[in-house]
Write a protein that binds this ligand. Structure first.
Ligand SMILES: O=c1cc[nH]c(=O)[nH]1
Length: 185
């Protein structure tokens, strides 16, 4: 049990930012180990739209993964979707295989409150019963509101509520991370 309200991490500056491609290499190494724990044809990557789906797509290509990826758009499954709105969410979920008895690796760019991960797992369990689900994220930024922890993480880099990471990808699928100042509730 913690006493009092948790202290907010200090404001971060642009020159402290981790390099997205270095984090991606660490994420990739961790995902290789997760995949090796199961028969390759029973493992699927599940990218959380949008940053997680980009990462999952690049992992599939770089690791020559033969099984299909799934894409989960968590907007309708999030408990706070009325607050965050639907405007940033475009593609519908797509799960082109039977998830039952499969080993799923959920991939996301930024792990924050844990609500997107919970929403993604709810959606997956609505359509079947996976054998296992692991979680691989590029950055864990702290600020958890649910008991969710990653199995693989590129880096733990805490941010205050007034800042967000924004992942982008260029035409060559190379990742970059920017910082955005936000108002928090
Ligand atoms: O910092 C954050 C937190 C959640 N999602 C993001 O894309 N960035």
């Amino acid at each position: 049990m913690q006493n009092g309200s948790p202290k907010q991490p200090k404001q971060r500056s642009l020159d402290e930012l981790p390099k997205a491609e270095e984090l991606y290499q660490r994420l990739k190494q961790g995902v290789v180990e997760l995949i090796a724990a199961h028969p390759a044809d029973e493992v699927h990557l599940v990218g959380i739209y949008s940053g997680g789906a980009w990462l999952a797509q690049r992992l599939k290509q770089d690791l020559a993964i033969k099984t299909d990826n799934a894409l989960i758009n968590t907007s309708l499954y999030r408990d706070d979707f009325r607050k965050i709105g639907l405007h940033t969410q475009k593609l519908p979920s797509s799960v082109p295989f039977d998830v039952t008895n499969k080993h799923l690796i959920l991939v996301d760019d930024i792990l924050y409150t844990g609500r997107s991960v919970r929403a993604a797992m709810n959606e997956l369990f609505d359509i079947g019963r996976p054998a296992t689900i692991a979680l691989a994220v590029l950055i864990d930024r702290g600020g958890r509101e649910l008991p969710v922890q990653p199995d693989v993480v590129g880096e733990v880099f805490t941010l205050p509520k007034t800042q967000r990471f924004v992942l982008s990808q260029d035409e060559e699928h190379v990742f970059d991370i920017a910082l955005k100042e936000v108002e928090h509730d």
